[in-house]
Write a new protein. Structure first.
Lengths: 276, 167
């Protein structure tokens, strides 16, 4: 008995070592086979919490790349949405079928805004895509949240876009609820407000109504968000409302924009010009 | 071991575990080199800590890392092995009479002697880790490359962190 104790005491390191290793291998084999509700893994609340914090840091460093992927994905989705809404227009009579080439006339390209002016009377945005990527003057430019402007001139790798914050820029705009079409134009001053005119004051218009691009538009696809009605004023001697829209595009944080190409705009314009 | 030493050591242990869980877990160099810096907790334990205590510390830190890697037991097994082997290796490489007093730190030992003491243990730890992990010997060359690359990676990080430590 004494010699046994002496043996244990002399080899206690080794014995503890073997015991601990047995414990470890028992844990390994158990977690391999017993796949049920094991507690000591990353599904544990505290472990998951720590991992999600560490992941949020990682996410932050990946944001740039993530943004690029999202922008690319948006291009595809935008294309699909315009195609589908053009094919099945909800307000059309049942006998109307859109021609598929007509429905597919809008093509999207993603670009990055590298410079965005805000404080001039006529503001321009510079984007990092040019003629090399198929950008041509006259194309429409959108952001994820709404319209941005129209391409003014292109070099090989860059393009200058006339922002909607430009004194001469006009967009044919439709109010969804009252189905009235008017013209939106930037009055200057505030970069978040745009004026909507030519809306008859005998139609119901309220603050909160949504304004989108209309069908009478060869640059922008229809139903692109322009803004939301902020306040409505009437003057006694006018038959039209004075409507302030709060712009849906945030020009301060413009990063990725989508350039829209209408492949049939040339044909349309030639036809229209031929009768003048 | 004074209270001050214990506190300083615990702080370093915390730093190594945090580094491992939050940072090193996401870093893989060239698809081969992993870093398991938490093993420094056992490597840098003062020598007067007895083997059983060292093994228990190894078990706890190993299990902690395991929980985050979803590999319950693997890191613990490898760490306990290192904790058991460390005094044996120290006695082999250092004179017997020095083995109980030696301080394992970069400042006192110099890069070469420090590496001689720690690198074989890192190699042992990583070998144990990867072989337990793959559980067979089919991917032998691939596993060897992984072990060697990871050992050098861990060693580099260990030297880096130790150069920040005041001697």
């Amino acid at each position: 008995m004494l010699s046994l104790l002496e043996f244990l005491s002399r080899n206690r390191n080794f014995i503890v070592f073997v015991l601990l290793e047995v414990l470890c291998f028992w844990l390994i084999s158990r977690s391999n086979t017993y796949w049920g509700a094991t507690y000591f893994n990353t599904s544990n609340y505290y472990v998951a919490k720590v991992l999600s914090v560490s992941n949020s840091v990682r996410d932050y460093t990946n944001l740039k790349e993530e943004n690029r992927y999202l922008a690319e994905e948006n291009v595809k989705l935008n294309q699909l949405v315009t195609e589908l809404t053009q094919l099945n227009t909800s307000d059309a009579p049942p006998s109307y079928y859109a021609d598929s080439t007509y429905a597919k006339r809008f093509k999207y390209t993603v670009a990055k805004a590298i410079k965005s002016e805000l404080y001039h009377a006529d503001n321009y945005i510079t984007i990092d895509k040019g003629t090399k990527d198929g950008i041509r003057p006259g194309m429409g430019v959108l952001s994820a949240s709404g319209i941005v402007g129209r391409v003014r001139s292109c070099s090989e790798n860059f393009s200058v876009v006339t922002s909607i914050l430009h004194s001469q820029f006009m967009v044919s705009t439709r109010l969804i609820r009252s189905n009235e079409i008017g013209t939106a134009q930037w009055p200057g001053i505030d970069t978040e407000i745009i004026e909507l005119s030519d809306i008859s004051r005998y139609k119901p218009v309220e603050a909160g109504d949504t304004a989108v691009t209309s069908n009478f538009n060869s640059v922008f696809p229809p139903d692109i968000m322009v803004g939301i009605v902020k306040n409505v004023k009437t003057r006694p001697d006018q038959t039209f409302y004075d409507i302030d829209l709060s712009l849906s595009t945030d020009f301060r944080n413009l990063t990725y924009v989508y350039v829209v190409e209408n492949s049939m705009v040339k044909e349309e314009q030639e036809l229209e010009n031929s009768i003048k | 071991m004074s209270a001050k030493e214990i506190i300083s050591y615990s702080l370093w242990a915390l730093i190594f575990i945090t580094l491992q869980i939050l940072l090193m877990q996401h870093i893989v160099l060239f698809g081969y080199a992993f870093c398991f810096i938490y093993i420094a907790i056992i490597l840098l334990l003062p020598v007067e800590v007895n083997t059983i205590t060292a093994m228990l510390i190894a078990l706890i830190s190993g299990l902690l890392v395991d929980v985050f890697y979803n590999t319950l037991g693997i890191h613990a097994a490898a760490s306990v092995l290192v904790a058991y082997t460390r005094p044996i290796w120290l006695r082999m490489i250092v004179d017997i009479k020095d083995a109980d007093r030696i301080e394992i730190e970069l400042g006192g030992l110099g890069v070469i002697r420090f590496s001689m003491l720690t690198f074989p243990l890192i190699l042992l730890h990583h070998s144990a880790l990867f072989f337990i992990e793959i559980n067979n010997f089919n991917l032998l060359p691939y596993t060897f490359i992984k072990i060697i690359a990871s050992s050098f990676f861990t060693m580099t990080i260990l030297l880096l962190t130790q150069s920040f430590r005041k001697s």
